[in-house]
Design a protein around this ligand. Structure first.
Ligand code: NAD
Length: 366
């Protein structure tokens, strides 16, 4: 197959980790007989410096007309004080909106080789952590109307949280479809004891569930879900939730694996256009340009890209297996090498590696 991929390297460690991901994609192309054509588009601080905006209209068009979009990370201290209307994150929101990416899929997996990195007790993680959060991405309180006004001599701020039946149904279907391809268990998370939007959420999810009798599902209140994630994460397979709850729960879930440099994500639309694939971490300006960043989250994002945008399951599995093998063989970047005696042992074994070497190791395993 020949596929066009728009590449948004971004800022900080973005270009370094994307370079390694592209090396891996090229290896996959060679091994499986595909051709991937890359088009670079500036996004984030680098685009502000070049064009005065975090992404140009031409850049958006290039994303829209490609088969898939791969992103590193954007932002950094240099652009912290630019006008809020052109901040680097604005580009991210614009790409999501223009590509109609309403579903954010975040797999959260504790690699058994890195179990020590979890801040949870061994007795809690011994059953494994392998869950996937499906977060609604273009509705809810982040996109509702907001205002700050003076009422009776004091400022009053309002943010509105709105969901329509159609918005809930389309994300619900993505989650149930995803559950069908996994362990067929789904928890729909809301705050139906208080919020109207959550009561509608629950009603629509009930309807969608009727089309997926193979999937065992439950409703869970968001406060309980936040507790259960640290108490017994193994109980979760797919977690479906709205935009703000998903923002918070997915960060909590990522922390329980202890390895931010390992976690990938996909943002998907209705299947008629490209998805956006990126690591969940930011541009890590503290280690940028030092060959220290872990490229595995971006490489695993490429596995999602191949699976969801190109239907290349075998190729995606090959990348995931190669990453597992690299970890099995004891290779570590600094962020996953542990501390104290663990770190010293990795160093003594000569297995502490930088960004480029980690990319090369995945290619060797492929
Ligand atoms: P961050 O994720 O960039 O970094 C947090 C910590 O994790 C740092 O110590 C960093 O060195 C480390 N880290 C992150 N990724 C790593 C990797 N691949 N390998 C090794 N270590 C890694 O979060 P932050 O410091 O809060 O944000 C830095 C910048 O990134 C900010 O400008 C922020 O706005 C931006 N950001 C961008 C995105 C995105 O592009 N989607 C997401 C989050 C933050």
């Amino acid at each position: 197959m020949k596929k066009n991929i728009t590449v948004l390297r971004g800022d900080g460690i973005g270009p370094e980790i994307v370079n390694e991901a592209i090396k891996v994609l090229d290896k996959i192309a060679e091994k499986f007989g595909h051709e991937f054509v890359y088009t670079d588009v500036l996004m984030g601080g680098c685009s502000i410096d070049e064009y005065g905006v975090p992404i140009t209209d031409d850049g958006i068009e290039k994303c829209k007309s490609s088969d898939s979009v791969l992103l590193g990370a954007v932002g950094g201290p240099k652009w912290d004080n630019v006008d809020p209307s052109i901040r680097p994150e604005k580009a991210l929101l614009k790409v999501r909106k223009e590509l109609n990416l309403f579903a954010n899929l975040r797999p959260t997996k504790l690699f058994p080789q890195l179990a020590d990195a979890s801040p949870l007790k061994p007795t809690v993680v011994e059953n494994g952590i392998d869950l996937l959060i499906v977060r609604e991405l273009t509705g809810g309180i982040y996109f509702g109307s907001r205002r700050t006004e003076e009422i009776d001599g004091q400022l009053v701020a309002t943010d509105e949280m709105t969901y329509s039946e159609a918005e809930i149904e389309r994300i619900g279907r993505v989650a149930f479809e995803t559950a069908l391809k996994r362990d067929k268990r789904l928890a729909s998370v809301d705050k139906a004891n208080v919020l109207d939007s959550s009561r509608l959420w629950r009603k629509v999810v009930e309807e969608v569930a009727k089309d997926y009798p193979e999937v065992t599902y439950e409703h869970m209140l968001v406060d309980n879900c936040a507790m259960q994630l640290v108490k017994d994460p193994a109980q979760f397979d797919v977690v479906l939730t709205e935009n703000m709850f998903g923002d918070i729960l997915s960060d909590e879930a990522s922390q329980i694996t202890g390895s931010i440099g390992m976690l990938a994500s996909a943002s998907l639309g209705d299947g008629t256009g490209p998805g956006l694939y990126e690591p969940i971490h930011g541009s890590a300006p503290d280690i940028a340009g030092q060959d220290k960043a872990n490229p595995l989250a971006t490489i695993l994002s490429c596995a999602m890209l191949l699976r969801y945008d190109f239907g290349m399951n075998e190729e995606a599995n090959a990348i995931e297996t190669a990453v597992e093998r690299v970890l099995d063989a004891g290779w570590r970047t600094g962020d996953i090498a542990g501390n104290g005696a663990d770190l010293e042992a990795v160093k003594a074994a000569g297995k502490l590696v930088g960004t480029k070497r980690m990319g090369d190791l995945v290619i060797e395993m492929l």
